[in-house]
Ligand binder design. Structure first.
Ligand SMILES: Nc1nc2c(c(=O)[nH]1)N[C@H]1C(S)=C(S)[C@@H](COP(=O)(O)O)O[C@H]1N2
Ligand SMILES: [Mo]
Length: 495
């Protein structure tokens, strides 16, 4: 066999294996697709420093980078297996078996898959090895036409099986379900955002973040696809009465709308992982009171359809003034699929990883001693209230401006609220910035300060003080384990 042909046999066999796995997964659980299962397990097992590096370097493109990286590694292995098997099919067979075992291990590791899910990597392994050995006997230098035909048949079959699996696996009509939910009408609407709440003209974000611009952070390589009609939420553990609620039940209750700013703990000083929406949902404390929380429960442990978990303090989620929601809607529409359709938790004042479970299906009342949420064994803290913070949005770092320039940005201190933002130029005295209208402690607050600066380079810093009188500290601390601190600072040039 020529090197080219040998490499091609390897590639085509692996493609057939992955496609077969994808097709079978469509029937037994789409996330059992070996490629996705290995990717998701890789995400779960990635050591925290590597994960932090990936998030820092690739931001929310980290998943795309992972998928492309995996494709490259698998293709390289396939080529190597092909080349090593020019004399005998044994090396390729062994590699096929090893890849199959990795797929089985990955599916076993997935918390959201039953044993039926194993059929997908098993099918992949069997098809991969079978096809490889068949091609090996079929493809021979003296049989040019037949060889080419065999390769084409397998390649074509893989494309058909892969696409078929993709179509079948995404056949759950989530968008149809979202559309049929229709308008979610809150009984209590959020107060209108007053004029002057944002300084978008001076470069801050708009007060409400449009859904398409809302930051997105999750571990899901393929977004869980749940239909509202099929969804249920179980409330159990240390409760007087176990509850199972469905979508019709929840949406039939008095829905409230609240303006809430969500924040990610991995946000660096000055970072983008913060957004604000009008969330519509059922007050979480009402559902928990209905279940009757026993006094020894100190943790609300929430689980998503894809097995991700978060633990929130019971006193926080039971506090009616805090305003935690089982959210069904966001900015006037049902939750977008990537933001948790049909339902998610939103808890003002807690970072997302300890509260904001998307695609939530299970609420267990338990203790912090008994259960640990997803991120805890990856170095992050058990309790993570959002830290008082401020960010400069304009001018941009390293930009050039005129001498008359308005510095503007956002500050947040959920659930207390921002009382003051100060700005200083080149280490000079602190100057108090003008604040945007106050939309309540659960939401961010915009600020601006006009300056008149001499030509040359300038450094501007900001710091926020919350309504308890606490001022954001200068000390720079990394996001891990419980959120970054430090003053955001930018350098720019006045021409
Ligand atoms: N199911 C699930 N829910 C999740 C996560 C996740 O990985 N899986 N990530 C959490 C984190 S870390 C944050 S910051 C918020 C982000 O919510 P968003 O993507 O809607 O902005 O969701 C939280 N809920
Ligand atoms: Mo997060």
């Amino acid at each position: 066999m020529s090197r080219w042909t040998a490499a091609l046999v390897g590639i085509v066999s692996v493609a057939a294996a992955l496609a077969a796995g994808h097709l079978v997964a469509a029937l037994v659980g789409p996330s059992a697709s070996p490629f996705l299962a290995v990717g998701n397990t890789f995400i779960d097992l990635t050591p925290p420093p590597l994960k932090d590096f990936a998030v820092r370097t690739f931001g929310t493109y980290d998943k795309l980078v992972l998928l492309v990286g995996m494709a490259v590694v698998i293709a390289a292995l396939a080529v190597a297996a092909g080349l090593l098997s020019r004399k005998s099919p044994t090396p390729g067979t062994v590699l096929g078996a090893v890849l199959g075992v990795i797929g089985v291990a990955a599916v076993l590791y997935r918390p959201d898959l039953g044993q039926l899910g194993l059929l997908a990597p098993l099918a992949a392994g069997a098809v991969g090895i079978g096809v490889f050995r068949w091609l090996h006997s079929e493809v021979q230098p003296e049989r040019h036409v037949e060889s080419r035909r065999s390769l084409l048949i397998v390649a074509g079959g893989s494309v058909v099986a892969g696409l078929g699996g993709q179509l079948l696996g995404t056949r759950t009509d989530v968008e149809g379900s979202r559309a049929s939910v229709g308008e979610l009408k809150p009984t209590t609407t959020a107060p209108a955002i007053p004029a002057g709440a944002d300084f978008a003209g001076q470069g801050t974000p708009s007060f409400i973040t449009p859904n398409r611009d809302f930051y997105r952070i999750d571990t899901a390589l393929s977004v869980p696809r749940l239909r509202a009609e099929d969804w249920t939420l179980r409330v159990h553990g240390l409760v007087e009465r176990e509850l199972t609620l469905d979508y019709a039940d929840l949406r039939g209750r008095d829905l409230v709308e609240r303006t809430i700013t969500m924040t990610c703990v991995s946000n660096e000083v000055g970072g983008p992982y913060i957004s604000t929406a009008n969330f519509i949902g059922v007050p979480l404390h009402l559902v928990l009171e209905e279940a009757g929380v026993k006094p020894d429960a100190d943790q609300l442990f929430s689980t998503s359809a894809d097995g991700w978990t978060a633990g929130s303090p019971v006193d926080v989620v039971l506090d009616p003034d805090r305003g935690a929601l089982i959210a069904l809607g966001m900015n006037g529409e049902p939750l977008p699929v990537e933001h948790g359709f049909p339902a998610r938790l939103v808890v003002p004042g807690l970072y997302g990883y300890v509260s904001a479970t998307k695609w939530v299906v299970d609420l267990e009342l338990t203790t912090f001693a008994a259960k640990r949420g997803y991120w805890l064994d990856r170095g992050w803290a058990q309790r993570a209230p959002i830290k008082t913070m401020s960010r400069i949005d304009s001018p941009k770092g390293l930009s050039k401006t005129g001498g008359k320039v308005t510095v503007a940005g956002v500050a947040w201190a959920q659930p207390t609220g921002v009382a003051k933002v100060e700005v200083r130029v080149d280490g000079g005295p602190w100057q108090v910035a003008e604040l945007g209208a106050d939309v309540g402690g659960s939401a961010w607050r915009m600020w601006r300060l006009p300056l008149d600066l001499k030509p040359g380079g300038h450094t501007v810093e900001c710091r926020a003080t919350d309504k308890s009188g606490f001022t954001q500290p200068q000390e720079r601390v990394a996001p891990i384990p419980d959120g970054a601190t430090g003053w955001h600072s930018i350098f720019f040039t006045v021409e």
